[in-house]
Design a protein around this ligand. Structure first.
Ligand SMILES: [Fe+2]
Length: 200
């Protein structure tokens, strides 16, 4: 078993200013994301020790910790990749066609995604659902509550307070609007192509 490691940010800490400050990105990546990586490694160590000892008393809570910290680690990794200082604009190509097919229009998707982000106590996700073969928006509490089994996130927006409060105070809607100024639609389109080509 290999330890999980914090991936470096794909840009400088101040690269997303003025939409996300250097201070918030530094805390968010170096402290919060690192904490989920550490928590995942620690929970997996506990599970491995318990297997070798044949004592499973703490394994149930350790599995919960794997889910919480693992989802935190995976979603933050996607969130960083989903943004770019050259981001903004709107999706194009196959992804744009698919959004129109599944949500009626880009505006229909965006309005729904923003509503998900305002409602969530964790994350708003755009996912590909391989069972019904369609895109969906999900409202996720913490990192893992509200999952649709089998679905693959392709765009993640972190709406935990550590994600925006220092920059925006209680105005989460302003943060959500600014997120769209840095969305890297090329990255989202790549995620979409990877997952859709697996199932279709
Ligand atoms: Fe976060």
């Amino acid at each position: 078993m290999t330890d999980h490691e914090l991936p470096p940010l794909p840009y400088d800490y101040d690269a997303l200013e003025p939409h996300i400050s250097e201070q918030v990105l530094t805390w968010h990546h170096d402290t919060h994301h690192q904490g989920y990586v550490n928590g995942l490694n620690s929970a997996e160590e506990t599970l491995a020790e318990n297997r070798s000892n044949g004592e499973f008393g703490s394994s149930g809570s350790a599995i919960r910790n794997v889910t919480h910290n693992g989802c935190g680690h995976y979603l933050h990794t996607m969130f960083w990749e989903n943004m770019s200082p050259e981001g903004g604009d709107e999706p194009s190509g196959d992804l744009a066609d698919r959004i129109e097919e599944d949500f009626g229009s880009y505006e229909g998707w965006k309005g729904e995604f923003e509503a998900a982000a305002k409602n969530a106590s964790g994350w708003a996700l755009l996912v590909y659902d391989p069972v019904s073969k369609q895109l969906r928006n999900l409202v996720v509490d913490k990192h893992d509550q509200g999952a649709l089994w089998g679905s693959h996130p392709i765009l993640a927006l972190d709406v935990w307070e550590h994600s925006y409060y220092y920059d925006y105070g209680p105005d989460r809607g302003d943060f959500i609007s600014n997120f769209f100024e840095v969305v890297d639609w090329d990255d989202v389109a790549e995620n979409y192509q990877d997952v859709a080509s697996t199932y279709e």
